[in-house]
Write a protein that binds this ligand. Structure first.
Ligand SMILES: O=C(O)CCC(=O)C(=O)O
Length: 327
């Protein structure tokens, strides 16, 4: 892979004064939430849902998770210097390694996780003591009250070093991202900018299976290369740039592009959950969902081939775990 010179691109070339509304959970009724945000697919930051004492700092996570093993993504420090058009893996498709949480905590403390960009991403909270905490019980009750009743996934844990970037992508479901420790910068673009954000084509899955995803963008919003991606200039006019603080929850409607950066140098921790899109017409008319499905269909021959290889390998369990994590 070649690295490219990005010195010619100034960060944030187009100033953005757009902001996402912040609203206290006590100031909105379920009907208002549905009318103003959910039905229209508009993002919003909910405040006051989590108590300040529910701080999931590293010592607390070690106490709760101890020697439980998690599949860690090893992104590698060179990744974000590379031209994304040359990437052959992304998100859950990157190299992974199973490790007990307390070992990962050491990597976070001694700077290795930051230097090598190792991320505990989208790991199930189910069957961990964290799932039984007051914080999670409250989140579930409050979101249920607000109208989030049809979950499309369980609760997922995201723990990583400051500076880590989950690069620009959209999800085919509604999402809620809850900040449990530290802050995150989130850059968002509305779904109608998809064409201008140069997603990987859905047929890339034919070659790369689930290692590359059609719902990821090939552009760097902070280092826009307008020569290679001229339409990005239009997308930049629609950019939102927010900070999600501890205790806040961001509602990310399906199709909204988001790039998530952990701020500071310390460990940053969040929990997210995906939800079925409501109302159904929003799901039906959301083209991004259909292109994601098309991509998954294209990936099937490759996935079946990998499954076959995994079954024949000595390291069967680990390989199957890795494939399941990508699904
Ligand atoms: O927190 C992160 O690093 C990514 C979260 C995310 O992409 C999501 O909640 O949809």
């Amino acid at each position: 892979m070649t690295t490219f010179d990005n010195s010619q691109f100034s960060p944030k070339t187009v100033p953005s004064d757009r902001s996402i509304e912040r609203i206290a959970i006590t100031d909105i009724t379920p009907t208002e939430f549905a009318q103003r945000y959910k039905q229209r697919g508009v993002p919003v930051i909910l405040t006051g849902l989590l108590k300040p004492e529910w701080d999931w700092h590293l010592d607390y996570l070690c106490e709760m998770l101890g020697d439980r093993t998690f599949l860690l993504r090893h992104y590698g420090k060179q990744r974000y210097q590379q031209d994304k058009r040359e990437w052959t893996s992304i998100g859950s498709g990157v190299k992974t390694q199973s490790q007990p949480f307390h070992e990962y905590a050491v990597l976070l403390q001694n700077g290795t996780a930051q230097a090598e960009d190792i991320y505990l991403a989208k790991c199930s909270l189910q069957e961990t003591p964290l799932a039984e905490t007051e914080a999670i019980a409250t989140i579930k009750t409050e979101l249920d009250h607000l109208g989030f009743q049809k979950a499309a996934s369980g609760l997922n844990l995201w723990v990583g070093p400051g500076g880590h970037v989950e690069c620009l992508h959209y999800d085919a479901m509604d999402g809620t991202l809850m900040q449990l420790h530290g802050s995150k910068r989130i850059v968002l673009f509305p779904p109608h900018q998809t064409f201008n954000l140069y997603p990987y084509p859905f047929y890339a899955h034919l070659r790369y299976g689930l290692k590359l995803r059609s719902w990821f963008s090939r552009v760097y919003p902070d280092r826009p290369d307008y020569q290679a991606f001229p339409r990005l200039q239009q997308a930049m006019q629609h950019k939102y740039d927010i900070t999600l603080n501890p205790g806040e929850v961001l509602y990310i409607p399906a199709g909204w592009w988001h790039e998530v950066t952990a701020l500071g140098n310390e460990m940053v921790c969040s929990v997210n959950r995906f939800w079925r899109i409501y109302p159904t017409w929003r799901a039906i008319f959301f083209w991004g969902r259909w292109r994601a499905y098309l991509g998954s269909v294209c990936a099937m021959p490759n996935v079946l081939f990998q499954l076959g290889q995994a079954l024949l390998s000595r390291d069967r369990q680990q390989k199957i775990k890795e494939i399941l994590q990508m699904l």
